[in-house]
Design a protein around this ligand. Structure first.
Ligand SMILES: [Zn+2]
Length: 259
């Protein structure tokens, strides 16, 4: 992937992201630190009786704006189902990249390969915020310039997809699905990529989702939208990913339900 690439969507400065976040009248917006002159932010919320504990992360690749837009719209709209969850949301983990339309950070590093250690400032700040907490599921929001359709990576302790096909089915109503049998070198099944545990352990450079899965959760998902579609549809695809995963979790965790 090139560090700088044309994006067919209108872009906004990072200041607009922080301005929209500051307008949200629920939850808590925390500044974790300043990197390359930009604040790294965590938005969190704990309802009175949370039924689940969730991490959502966007914007670690600065040239993938749909995840950031999804998070902003989700917090602005505040659908009722969100209130069932303790939420830890990283709205944009690479603000310098977002501002400069760059996949990498100011030092030229792909932040989504830096999670096995914690030497890079943006990643260290996020890892400190996660602490040693456990979550019911985590979702990282990404985009793919080479994709012809939506797809999702799903890491589950059982090695079997838990919700990926349901997410794909929902998104397919308004966005094409990536149907290739191999996606980014991984075997895929109708837009769902699952990974064996052994291949994760061997990997030297962990993406954020693998850190989540190894240290913080039994269920981690990464949604990938095709960048050459309108940003409204791409943001909606990420939002539907979160909504369907949340609905499935609430159903399966209901007292008396079979998991
Ligand atoms: Zn990405």
């Amino acid at each position: 992937m090139n560090a700088f690439r044309f994006i067919p969507s209108p872009r906004v400065p990072y200041a607009d992201v922080t301005r929209r976040l500051k307008k949200i009248r629920w939850g808590t917006l925390s500044r974790l630190g300043i990197v390359s002159g930009f604040p790294i932010l965590l938005w969190s919320h704990t309802p009175p009786r949370p039924r689940g504990n969730v991490v959502i992360s966007a914007g670690i690749h600065g040239d993938e704006p749909a995840g950031v837009e999804c998070v902003l719209q989700l917090l602005e709209k505040r659908p009722r189902w969100l209130d069932h969850f303790h939420l830890s949301i990283f709205p944009c983990l690479n603000p310098w990249g977002y501002e400069h339309n760059s996949r990498v950070n100011e030092s030229g590093l792909d932040l989504n390969r830096q999670w096995r250690g914690a030497c890079v400032s943006e990643v260290a700040l996020a890892r400190r915020a996660l602490g040693d907490r456990q979550f019911d599921f985590t979702i990282c929001l990404h985009e793919d310039y080479d994709a012809t359709g939506f797809y999702i990576y799903e890491l589950a302790a059982t090695g079997v997809s838990r919700v990926g096909p349901a997410i794909v089915k929902t998104v397919s109503k308004f966005l094409p699905i990536e149907r290739r049998a191999i996606i980014e070198g991984r075997r895929a099944n109708d837009g769902v990529v699952t990974r064996p545990m052994e291949s994760l352990r061997r990997r030297r450079h962990w993406p954020e989702a693998i850190l989540h899965f190894m240290r913080h959760t039994h269920h981690s998902m990464t949604s990938e939208t095709p960048t050459h579609f309108p940003i409204e549809k791409r943001a909606r695809a990420h939002a539907e990913t979160i909504r369907v995963a949340a609905a499935r979790f609430l159903t399966s965790s209901r007292p008396g339900s079979k998991c």
